[in-house]
Design a protein around this ligand. Structure first.
Ligand SMILES: Cc1ncc(COP(=O)(O)O)c(C=O)c1O
Length: 487
């Protein structure tokens, strides 16, 4: 019986490696598939049946099945269940990519840099992985109904590329949301629907800067932005971040920026919130250098304490800020939809170039999302997610705070899906991260995000993905490992 096989293997893994349950189940199934005990094409019991047979929570089962599906071990057929994939991958994905010398020789210098540095997305998704939302809560059935409806209603135009910056009702819905919740003054015309922040950044870099122009980056920095700018041949200039956000000094002003990339609402990864004084300073610097500011407002939807903050775009008096947001954190990352708000004088150029470079499309999907927002489902999903993340965050803080003492402190817990434990400079945060990974948990070392500075040490810990039960269970374990490192 499959359940007996899985339970035996899970018991062994639990004793041997002290792994969390969803990881044990994932590993037990993976081994059963690779050993041929589950053959290609075999149908698996439903997640409900597995939940019952294995006496596990549904979250645990769904997390394991999702991971196996993402990695290609399983595939789902609508209406008929989950099957072992016909072509089982032999190598385990989601490990850091180490390219062979031959492969690197094939790539250009830029290609090698892109493929070998800051490989952010290769980490395993398990409790505490930062930057990942709980997309298991996404209302799949409702979404399916909306998508079906818009596919049924689709007329030929909707199957074409999108010429005008995206589906008009979606651009309207985004504009309404941003005006009210982010104080961004804008006309609908200024909103361009993109395939997420990554594409918004690429467009900005391609259209606003030339090869070798300088882009100011926060240090530590968001890997996705680093990649977008490296790919477009820009020079990165690292500006350190302090507790008030990006903190330029006289030394930095000598490196005239063409672009300034910033995450002012919740700096990624430190979580610093940019003060009003700093916001004005950044706007002044941009004005003095005739530079553009790229404001990445990636998780501003989840603010737990402190007053709501106006966006930089809301303070901008002379149309220098390009504002970008994404549905990746709020709905689900694979949706691949986001938005870019450009100053009026850039609208025509951006729409034309976006069309020529990217041939955007997905109109029925955009129509489903527009209706999802108009009908209030977006607002209610946000409300539910905010509540649930607030509880998870609280629980994680309760576990971590007692072990920090005088030497460490938490930053960035007022907002978003992650917080940062700042550690003394002499702590090896990478070794600490590796020890935590051995326990079946994923956190990231703050130093791994640093471009130049050597002093920023810490752990970037996510509470979005892990269900409450996992945070209750593994939070104390994480805290214990942390106290040992601080002792
Ligand atoms: C700082 C930051 N910006 C933006 C995003 C979202 O990017 P995308 O819309 O390309 O998924 C992320 C995702 O992890 C992020 O961490």
């Amino acid at each position: 019986m499959l359940s007996e096989l899985l339970l035996t293997e899970m018991a062994r893994l639990g004793q041997q490696d002290n792994m969390p349950l969803h990881r044990q189940l994932y590993e037990a199934m993976r081994r059963a598939i690779l050993d041929g005990k589950l053959a290609a094409g075999d149908r698996l019991p439903s997640s409900r049946e597995l939940t019952q047979d294995l006496s596990l929570s549904r979250n645990t089962v769904v997390a394991a099945l999702n991971q196996l599906t993402v990695e290609g071990y399983l595939s789902s057929r609508v209406g008929s269940g989950t099957y072992v994939h016909e072509n089982i991958p032999r190598a385990q994905p989601r490990q850091r990519v180490t390219l062979s010398t031959r492969r690197q020789a094939d790539l250009s210098k830029r290609g090698t840099a892109l493929a070998t540095t800051f490989c952010a997305t290769q980490l395993e998704i398990q409790p505490f992985t930062p930057g990942v939302a709980d997309f298991s809560a996404f209302p799949v059935a409702l979404w399916q109904r909306l998508q079906n409806k818009h596919w049924r209603m689709t007329y030929p135009d909707m199957l074409d590329y999108s010429y005008s910056g995206g589906y008009a009702p979606l651009r309207r819905a985004v504009a309404d949301y941003l005006r009210v919740f982010r104080s961004v003054p804008l006309d609908v015309d200024q909103v361009i629907i993109t395939s997420g922040t990554q594409q918004s950044l690429e467009l900005c870099a391609q259209l606003l800067a030339d090869h070798n122009d300088t882009v100011w980056m926060e240090d530590p920095a968001y890997w996705g932005a680093v990649k977008a700018f490296l790919a477009t041949g820009l020079q990165l200039h690292a500006v350190p971040v302090d507790q008030h956000g990006m903190a330029p000094s006289a030394r930095d002003k000598a490196h005239a920026p063409r672009l300034i990339y910033t995450t002012p609402s919740h700096q990624y990864p430190t979580g610093a919130v940019m003060s009003l004084v700093r916001r004005k300073q950044i706007l002044d610097i941009a004005r003095a250098h005739n530079a553009w500011i790229l404001e990445d407002d990636y998780d501003s939807e989840f603010r737990f304490s402190g007053p709501p903050l106006s966006s930089l775009a809301g303070l901008d008096q002379d149309e220098r800020v390009l504002y970008m947001g994404s549905f990746s954190k709020v709905l689900y990352p694979g949706l691949k939809l986001g938005y870019l708000v450009v100053p009026k004088r850039l609208v025509a150029g951006f729409k034309q170039a976006h069309y020529d470079l990217n041939r955007p499309g997905q109109m029925p999907l955009q129509a489903a999302l527009a209706e999802f927002i108009e009908m209030g489902h977006f607002a209610s999903s946000l409300r539910r997610a905010r509540q649930s993340y607030a509880q998870r965050r609280h629980c994680l803080l309760e576990a971590l705070q007692p072990c920090l003492g005088e030497q460490a402190h938490i930053s960035g817990a007022e907002q978003g899906l992650h917080l940062c434990v700042r550690l003394p400079e002499n702590v090896d945060d990478i070794a600490l991260t590796n020890r935590i990974t051995e326990q079946g948990l994923t956190v990231r070392a703050l130093s791994a995000y640093c471009l130049q500075r050597k002093d920023a040490k810490g752990l970037v810990i996510g509470y979005g993905y892990a269900p409450m039960a996992d945070i209750e269970k593994y939070g104390p374990r994480l805290a214990q490992t942390l106290s040992r490192a601080l002792a």
